[in-house]
Design a protein around this ligand. Structure first.
Ligand code: DX5
Ligand code: ZN
Length: 223
C-alpha cells in the first residue's frame, strides 16, 4: 500500500486549527490523525466531535483518521461518524463487544481501525481481522504527544505485518507515537505503511520539508 503520513492535530496550534490542517495538507499530508482523549481511559482531555464537524463545515474534505482513546467508546463512534470521520480506530479495552463496535463502523461506510498499546497482546486480532481496515500499533503509551518512541513496538509491528500479509487483506498498518525523521525508516522496515507524527511535524519550521524528508526516508527502505 502507498505509504501515508498522517499528522496528529494534537501538536497543532488549536487557536487556528483550520489553518493548521489546511497548511499541513498542502504540505503533503495524506490524512489527518485526530486524537480524542477523555481523561478516563487516558489521563488527558482533547477534542470532541464538534471540532471535526466544524473542520468539515469549513470545507476540509481530506481523509480524517479518528483515534478514539475513550471509554466507553460506542456512543462516540456514532458521534464521530456523524461528524464526518473516514477512519475510526478503537482500543479493544474500551468496548465490551469489539466485533460489534468494528462492524458498526463499517456498516456506516467508514473504515475500522484496531489499536494496540505497548502492553496489549495482539491475540484478539485473529478473531476480528476480517472486520478491520487498519491496525494501529502504539509506540508510546496513549495520552500525550511528544513522548519517546518505545523500541519494542518495532517487533510488534513486524508481527502485525506478518499477520496482515498472511491474510492477504488490504489492511493498513499504522504506527503512532514518537515518530521522527530519524526513526521513521525503522518503522517502515518493520512493516508500517501509515505513519502518525505530531510534534515532529507541527513543531518544525517547515511542514513540507519535514514531510518530504520523512517520505524520502521511507522510500529509501524500499530501494
Ligand atoms: C498519543 C497519540 C499520538 C500522539 C502523537 O496518545 O495517540 O497520536 O499525539 O504525537 P507525537 O508524534 O508527538 O508522539
Ligand atoms: Zn493517535
Amino acid at each position: 500500500m502507498d505509504p501515508w503520513i498522517t499528522p496528529s492535530i494534537l501538536a497543532a496550534d488549536f487557536s487556528r486549527l483550520g489553518d493548521e490542517v489546511r497548511t499541513v495538507l498542502a504540505a503533503g499530508a495524506d490524512a489527518i490523525h485526530f486524537d480524542v482523549m477523555d481523561n478516563h481511559y487516558v489521563p488527558n482531555l482533547s477534542v470532541g466531535p464538534l471540532v471535526l464537524a466544524s473542520l468539515r463545515k469549513a470545507g476540509i474534505t481530506a481523509c480524517v483518521d479518528v483515534h478514539l482513546m475513550v471509554k466507553p467508546v460506542d456512543r462516540l463512534v456514532e458521534d464521530f461518524l456523524n461528524a464526518g470521520a473516514d477512519y475510526v480506530s478503537v482500543h479493544p479495552e474500551t468496548t465490551e463487544h469489539l466485533h460489534r463496535t468494528l462492524s458498526m463502523i463499517r456498516a456506516r461506510g467508514a473504515k475500522a481501525g484496531l489499536v494496540f498499546n505497548p502492553g496489549t497482546p495482539m491475540e484478539i486480532l485473529e478473531e476480528v481481522i476480517d472486520c478491520v481496515d487498519l491496525i494501529l500499533i502504539m509506540s508510546v503509551n496513549p495520552g500525550f504527544g511528544g513522548q519517546k518512541f518505545i523500541e519494542s513496538s518495532l517487533s510488534k509491528l513486524a508481527r502485525a505485518r506478518e499477520i496482515i500479509d498472511h491474510t492477504g487483506l488490504p489492511i493498513r498498518l499504522q504506527i503512532d507515537g514518537g515518530i521522527k525523521i530519524d526513526n521513521i525508516a525503522a518503522a517502515a522496515s518493520a512493516g508500517a505503511d501509515t505513519f502518525v507524527a505530531g510534534t515532529a511535524i507541527f513543531a518544525s519550521d517547515d511542514y513540507a520539508k519535514t514531510i518530504s524528508a520523512m517520505r524520502e526516508k521511507i522510500k529509501q527502505t524500499g530501494d
